[in-house]
Design a protein around this ligand. Structure first.
Ligand SMILES: [Zn+2]
Length: 158
């Protein structure tokens, strides 16, 4: 465990998408989890820096969360998030949207713009989307099986 996450209710760990942030303790709904930190830069400057960790605060400022000290950068996107972002002045904070159990990966919704430009092209790997794809595969398998047994049935009748 890194020094940064000692005594905190989470740890950085391996996730489907590389690294992710996981609860190590029960985190109750509404509880503050971590702050999204990094230098505050103007949006014009942010447009020049092209990285995935730019978090827009408002129409003027952006936080560049590239630094590894920014533990919140390890939080992955989720389409069924258990955490959410809130702003306190110029601070970007993340809190539990519902009760989070130890071992659960922490995720918040990155928003439409980020999703469309970075996640959608590769396919979302959040729990919700993985479940959805599993369901779709199962439905396809069942449809194939039904089609096969229909064919067998036809042969039998001949
Ligand atoms: Zn998803």
């Amino acid at each position: 465990m890194s020094k940064a996450s000692r005594g905190r209710p989470y740890r950085v760990g391996r996730s489907r998408t590389g690294l992710g942030l996981f609860a190590t303790q029960f985190i109750s709904k509404g509880r503050f989890i971590v702050r999204y930190t990094g230098p505050r830069i103007t949006n014009d400057e942010a447009d020049k820096r092209d990285n995935r960790y730019l978090f827009e605060l408002n129409n003027r400022w952006t936080i560049d969360g590239t630094t590894r000290k920014n533990i919140a950068r390890y939080i992955n996107h989720s389409c069924r998030p258990n955490a959410e972002v809130y702003f306190v002045g110029h601070a970007i904070k993340i809190r539990a949207r519902r009760n989070i159990q130890p071992g659960e990966e922490i995720g918040y919704d990155y928003g439409r713009d980020y999703f469309d430009s970075f996640i959608k092209p590769k396919g979302c790997k959040c729990v919700k989307c993985m479940e959805k794809r599993r369901e779709e595969r199962r439905a396809k398998r069942q449809a194939r099986r039904r089609a096969k047994s229909r064919r067998k049935g036809t042969r039998k009748r001949r």
